[in-house]
Design a protein around this ligand. Structure first.
Ligand code: PEP
Ligand code: MG
Length: 767
């Protein structure tokens, strides 16, 4: 970490620019130019003249990036002035183009012998033998190239390279001002070898959104690059570092041992004390930079190196360092976090490496349109929250923070797991068309909101919501759903740093009931384990987590934990009705054991003087196929049944529901799955037990159609599915579909999807 980034062609001769004092004098003059009057072009011309004088160079030229990956000569001393704004080089063309393409400084004693040398007669550069060029970098992207040339062959020294790199940082700030190249063009500038404009990733939530980029822990705008008093800057650095260490230590102290969080934080802590990193920042300050500018200079070096590194492990470590840099910059700016004092565009696409759920909620939700994560997983907390906010999320988007600049236009296409950065007009047009279609459909769905949820031939079907956070509750009202068919209680547990005690849980459940008003809520007891890890609940490594110690298995092995939750639920009901159900029950005995805990808690709250629920309904989730063979003995014991089709399919087909390679291998619209579902419905009808279904399939119109066809009269789904499912239902003739579905039961096809789609089309069912 401590070696300086490589520059090709560095020599060992004495320093012509002279001492550190000369370097500081040059920086001070630069500051005067930056603070002085004049247009961007005039200031750039002054800077170029200053460099030529101070670095005793016959030529100094500045090329800036224009749209179409072209470098344009913007200012020069020593070359033919008529070539200014005329000479253009493609990225990769000539020595200058090579510096831009590789984002790497180049020092050449004899530029003509470089394989990329491209002679431009209009510039008159044939007299000059040696060349030193540095990329003008901002936000990890090449904005141009700064060059000095000398007539005689000579070796350039490391100090000269550093001086020119420092000046390039100042020029980068001048360019970012938008005076030289308009901001619009700047954001359309191609990204040389560094940035494709389409980023692929993994879809964590579907949907389409367009907006402007807001970088979580983005690079702050640094006003002062040059400082008079290096000692004062070193002091500021010390204070900021102390603040940053304190913040990381506080996080570490609140994080349980053995968790991923802790590992990450410990790595941070280790990197934060990396001597090479810190000494490079201190050295940069001693050359006359402000603490911020020094941190950015080292960050630029790191990023330039990052672009050359193929090894994913080393890249990952360099990314850690990059992240730390941003944290340090916030501490230098006297801010605690990235959101502190940040203004948000009206349509914000948030780009982050990873972030906590609370951090996401720190942003103004009314302006948040989409989320792009460099990391994340489908079950990470931030993704769960983003789904509740109903914004598209693309994760595993490598290097997104480096490839997107603040306020860049960004399209998040959650359905196709892609992100378009500074999209071209045709992509924008296509996306705008799709969004218009979606908006039209939404208007259509809004119209069915207040209409009864009943099929075309008069069969009523209850449409319920799946929820897990308080922010889901307002959807109950706006979607017109009948109630909450599945309240996943583990989600509030997952996003908290510590285990919530009985009182905290009671307050939370009471709030859910209060917000639901007259509508029913079915609380599912803690369904943790498997892929749903609690940060403070250290489990052991399991070879097959989906088949491991999870859900009711934990609840029955740790009855105190489950009893506390049941107590909180009974108290929260405050004498009103209460429905609760147990997840992952595999045998009748487990249900009996869980039910006994409810009875014990009922007795307890009675002894404490709390009123029991006016109507207590205790149900079971059917997720484990073994339960299908025990229905006659199970059903008389339960008040209702809810099918968890996500897990039921996982265990029926023995496939990992989280493995993307298996995502399309089995179809829930297949003969075995529909036969299993049909069996459940028949048995429940026979026993007179209400049955509902709350897995993802209930929220997809074609699947929902089939479920209604085989007899389900209650479906629970995520809020965005309500409109499409209700629209489908109101166009469906259940009687006809039922007959057709029964005729399919003998099929042994892999999937019935195409046949069901064709049926829907033939019968004008709006799927
Ligand atoms: C299911 O398994 O279908 C279900 C609704 O539960 P979860 O997705 O939370 O496991
Ligand atoms: Mg489940």
């Amino acid at each position: 970490m401590s070696e300086s980034p490589g520059v090709e062609g560095i020599g060992q001769e004495p320093l012509p620019v002279g001492t550190a004092h000369d370097h500081r004098r040059l920086l001070a003059r630069l500051r005067d130019v930056m603070a002085g009057l004049g247009t961007g072009q005039q200031r750039l011309d002054k800077i170029v003249r200053l460099i030529a004088t101070e670095m005793k160079a016959e030529v100094c030229s500045c090329y800036l990036m224009r749209s179409g990956d072209m470098l344009e000569l913007f200012s020069t001393v020593g070359l033919n002035e008529n070539a200014v704004h005329k000479t253009r080089l493609r990225v990769g063309e000539g020595v200058v183009g090579d510096i831009a393409a590789r984002a790497r400084s180049l020092a050449l004693a004899n530029a003509r012998s470089h394989p990329n040398f491209a002679y431009r007669p209009e510039t008159g550069e044939d007299e000059f033998q040696s060349l030193l060029g540095v990329p003008i970098l901002r936000g990890g992207r090449v904005r141009g190239v700064l060059v000095i040339q000398h007539a005689l062959p000579r070796q350039y020294l490391e100090e000269e390279v550093e001086t020119l790199q420092t000046i390039a940082m100042v020029v980068a700030e001048l360019v970012a001002g938008g005076d030289l190249v308009s901001r619009g063009e700047l954001s359309n500038v191609g990204d040389a070898a560094l940035l494709p404009s389409r980023l692929g990733g993994v879809s964590y939530n579907g949907g389409l959104a367009i907006g402007q980029a807001l970088l979580h822990r983005h690079q702050l705008t640094i006003r002062d690059m040059v400082a008079d008093n290096p000692d004062a800057e070193l002091d500021r650095l010390r204070t900021a570092l102390a603040g940053m260490y304190g913040a990381i230590d506080a996080l570490l102290a609140s994080t349980a041992d053995g968790t991923e969080h802790r590992d990450i934080l410990e790595t941070y802590r280790m990197f934060a004390e990396d001597r090479g990193w810190l000494s490079r920042i201190r050295e940069a300050i001693k050359t006359g930079l402000t603490a911020e500018a020094a941190v950015i200079q080292v960050q630029n070096d790191t990023r330039a190196r990052m672009n050359q590194v193929a090894d994913p492990y080393i890249r990952e470590r360099l990314l850690d360092l990059d992240d730390l840099t941003n944290r340090l910059l916030h501490h230098l700016a006297g801010k605690k976090s990235a959101t502190d004092g940040q203004s948000m565009p009206d349509d914000t696409i948030l780009i982050a490496r990873s972030l906590g759920p609370a951090e996401l909620l720190d942003y103004d939700r009314s302006k948040l349109r989409g989320l792009v994560l460099e990391e994340g997983s489908a079950t990470s907390h931030v993704v769960i929250v983003a789904r509740a906010l109903n914004i598209p999320v693309v994760g595993q988007c490598t290097d997104a923070l480096n490839r997107v600049d603040p306020l860049d236009q960004v399209i998040v296409d959650g359905d196709n797991a892609q992100v378009f950065v500074r999209p071209s007009e045709d992509i924008k047009y296509t996306v705008a068309e799709s969004m218009r279609m979606i908006a039209m459909r939404e208007r259509l769905f809004a119209r069915v909101r207040g209409l009864p949820s009943v099929s075309h031939d008069g069969v009523p079907v209850s449409i319920m919501l799946n929820a897990g956070l308080l922010i889901d509750l307002p959807h109950l009202e706006d979607s017109g759903a009948d109630g909450i068919g599945l309240y996943r209680t583990e989600i509030p547990f997952m996003i908290r740093p510590t285990y919530p005690d009985v009182d905290t849980q009671t307050v939370l459940y009471a709030k859910v009931l209060e917000m639901a008003g007259e509508k029913a809520v079915v609380f599912r007891t803690l369904d943790v384990g498997g892929d749903k890890k609690l940060p403070y609940f250290a489990g052991h490594e399991e070879a097959n987590p989906a088949l491991g110690w999870r859900a009711i298995r934990i609840g029955l092995d740790r009855p105190a934990m489950l009893r506390k939750q049941l107590r909180a639920l009974l108290r929260a009901a405050a004498g009103g009705p209460l429905s609760l159900m147990f997840p992952m029950i595999a045998e009748v005995a487990e249900f009996r054991a869980a039910r006994r805990l409810v009875d014990m808690e009922l007795a307890r709250i009675a002894s404490e003087g709390h009123a029991p629920p006016s109507k207590l309904r205790v149900g079971v989730m059917i997720e484990v196929p073994a339960l299908l063979l025990q229905l006659p003995s199970l059903l008389p014991l339960v008040d209702f049944v809810s099918v968890g089709s996500n897990d039921l399919a996982q265990y029926l087909f023995a496939y990992d529901r989280g493995d993307p390679r298996l995502a399309n291998r089995y179809d829930s619209l297949s003969p075995p799955m529909l036969a299993a579902l049909r069996l459940i419905v028949e048995q429940c009808e026979l026993a007179g037990v209400p049955v509902s279904i709350c897995g993802e399939m209930a929220g997809r119109p074609l699947e929902a159609m089939s479920l209604v066809g085989i007899g389900f009269r209650s479906l629970s789904m995520s809020p965005p599915s309500v409109g499409p499912v209700k629209t489908m239902l109101r166009s469906l003739d259940v009687g006809r579909l039922r007959e057709y579905l029964l005729s399919l039961t003998k099929c042994s096809d892999h999937s019935l999807r195409d046949r069901l789609k064709a049926f829907a089309k033939d019968h004008s069912i709006m799927i």
